[in-house]
Design a protein around this ligand. Structure first.
Ligand SMILES: Cc1cc2nc3c(=O)[nH]c(=O)nc-3n(C[C@H](O)[C@H](O)[C@H](O)COP(=O)(O)O)c2cc1C
Ligand code: SF4
Length: 418
């Protein structure tokens, strides 16, 4: 059955001028914040928790739960922070950019609501430096929100103060990882920190910090304004609401598509115009480089965090990179491995050496001769060891595309001359 988009987060896209706060307000903007300012912080957290909002940065962790941990940790700390993760470094992912460029007040409003929930008075929006239009639109939104009394001291006469500023990333994938981002925010080199402590306990400048993705925060004003029951009308029991998927590769209409959680992969591909040149679907890489390959047997699977995890796949950031018959899986896998080698910060041995080794072994897969099946198995085994011994999630990621590619496409990877 074919489906249409369900736009709630993207409802203003193409309809309002992102540089005019009046347009946003006329479309119902900042009503969620007004309501949140009348609520107790704990009630905001409960509303988001009961709505079942889950982080859209990749892990799908409960947003309300994270807010609860942050608001309850270190009562004696003089400061609490909200950090917006707008680094969007996962290959194939461009959903946050759409929100930032075309409806920046929506996630800014969500950021202020989140700050109110955890009683933070200071926030940072960490945007990747290459996202010039996102930076420009967000900067204008911040200035206009200050002028309209939605930011700054005593917001709308509520007694609540909150300031926010933009910080720029310099194009490191690893700086999208929350603890590495905090190091970068503090002006240090983008090396990860050891977890725990989590940002909720000890975040930026050692203070309790809530780190949330742009799309996650863009959901918050809608939930507060319309309520958890309205939100739960979309999606599934365990993955409520909608998700913005970014579909690229061999589809007729690549782009961003907002749909309720639970639609199938086939429905998503149909929404993106189907496979190019009337070809048959071969594979998709779900969730970007730190994601998993799937084959046609997964086309009818429901796109939710839990269902995909149960089937050995990932939803991640919502990237869907589609391959058609004839497209070599090897090329995309090789790209992923080179990407990890390039982005490894080199701090720990398993990842620094392992990511380089995997690329060299992938090069060997391409050459003729040798026992390629044994080589592929060895690569999977090594990536498992990396996953168990690396310091941060980057070194734990190559296993995802590698194991899934080997699971579905071992024959092709081992027999074809690439
Ligand atoms: C290597 C790496 C890169 C990441 N890049 C991003 C990113 O660009 N944007 C993002 O929101 N989350 C990214 N994450 C996930 C964050 O660490 C974190 O889980 C997320 O910002 C939490 O927000 P959420 O709960 O709203 O999803 C990355 C994680 C890893 C391991
Ligand atoms: S796992 Fe990789 S990216 Fe993470 S600390 Fe180790 S070397 Fe750096």
């Amino acid at each position: 059955m074919s489906i249409q988009e369900t736009r709630i987060v993207l409802k203003n896209i193409g309809k309002i001028d992102p540089y005019r706060i009046e347009d946003y307000i006329n479309a119902g903007g900042y009503e969620g914040l007004k309501k949140a300012l009348q609520m107790k912080p704990v009630d905001i957290i409960d509303e988001l928790m009961d709505a079942g909002l889950r982080g859209r940065g990749g892990a799908g962790f409960s947003t309300g739960m994270k807010q609860k941990f942050t608001s309850e940790s270190c009562q004696r700390c003089p400061q609490r922070y909200v950090v917006v993760n707008a680094d969007e470094g996962e290959p194939g992912t461009f959903k946050d950019r759409v929100i930032m460029e075309q409806d920046p007040h929506l996630y800014l409003e969500g950021t202020i609501i989140a700050a109110r929930a955890i009683q933070a008075t200071k926030g940072y929006i960490y945007i990747r430096g290459e996202y010039h239009e996102s930076i420009k639109a967000t900067q204008k939104a911040i200035e206009d929100a200050y002028a309209a009394g939605f930011l700054g001291k005593d917001i709308l006469g509520s007694g609540f103060d909150f300031d926010v500023e933009i910080k720029l990333g310099a194009g490191s994938y690893l700086c999208g990882e929350e603890l590495t981002m905090l190091e970068s925010l503090e002006g240090k080199r983008g090396n990860p920190r050891i977890k725990p402590p989590f940002p909720a306990e000890k975040g930026v400048f050692g203070m309790p910090t809530l780190v949330n993705n742009v799309e996650t925060l863009a959901n918050a004003p809608l939930i507060i304004l319309h309520g958890k029951d309205w939100y739960r009308k979309y999606g599934t029991e365990r993955s409520p609401g909608t998700k913005v998927f970014t579909i690229s590769g061999q589809v007729n209409a690549p782009g961003h598509y907002e749909v309720p959680f639970g639609v199938s992969l086939q429905q998503l591909i149909d929404l993106a115009g189907g496979i190019r040149d009337g070809k048959r679907f071969k594979a998709a890489l779900l969730g970007g480089a730190a994601g998993t390959f799937v084959d046609a047997s997964m086309l009818d699977e429901r796109m939710t965090y839990d269902n995909l995890r149960e089937k050995g796949a990932t939803l991640g950031s919502g990237a869907v990179i589609v391959m058609a018959e004839g497209d070599p899986v090897y090329d995309i896998l090789h790209n992923c491995l080179r990407f990890f080698r390039h982005e490894s910060c080199g701090k720990c041995v398993p990842c620094r050496v392992g990511t380089t080794q995997l690329v060299l072994q992938a090069d060997k897969l391409k050459e003729g001769g040798g026992d390629k099946e044994a080589l592929l198995k060895q690569m999977v085994r090594e990536s498992e060891i990396m996953a168990g011994t690396s310091l941060c999630p980057l070194g734990q990621s190559p296993i995802l595309p590698l194991e899934s590619a080997a699971r579905y496409f071992s024959k092709e990877l081992c027999t074809t001359q690439h």
